[in-house]
Structures are given as structure tokens and as C-alpha cells.
Design a protein. Sequence first.
Length: 114
Amino acid sequence: EIQHYHVYQRRCGSDDARREEETKEAVVPAGDGPEEDDPDMSPGPHLVYYHAQQLQPNCRYKFHVEARSDGGLSDPSPHVEVLTLPAPPPLASCVGVDDIQPNSLRISWSMADE
């Protein structure tokens, strides 16, 4: 019986010297998934979830999973590579209104350099 899972994440593009510090490991208990009697759960393999957080925007990450039981550690799963979404643009500041007319006006603002 599986006791827990090891989830490994590594930011892609890291050179060998930084690879170890860029690799993170999380331990996920075997029970972190939908309840056995969940009506939305289709029959078949049990799904387990891990929520990766504090990732950098617009970066590639690789993930793989290993399972731990009394018999030891499984072989690693196939790697999954994903690109996070880019960061949103900076917030507009110094919003102002001028040239106010009966049916129009002009709005101006400043944007920080990206």
C-alpha cells in the first residue's frame, strides 16, 4: 500500500550548479484526493493532487512523481513540462482627467517600465 508520494519540481533552464537549489521536493500523503464515495469520481485509478505554488511567471518547470511504500521508492513517473503564464502588466498610475466637455473627456495615465 502506498504511504505517500514525492513530487519533484525543477525550473527548466537552470544550469548544473544551480540545479540542486532549483529542485524542490514535496511529500504528499496517499489520501490527498477525492473521497472514495465521490459521485463525480469515475471508476479507475485513484487521483492524487498537489498544488504547486510560488512559481515564477513565464518559466518552464518539470515535474515528476515517485510513490513510497513499505517496499521502497518507485521508479520516477514520466516528466511533465509546463510553462507558467506571463505576469500581468504593471498597474497604471497617475490616472488623470482633463479636457472635460459636455459629451467627452480625456483620460491619461502613466505606466511603469516593464
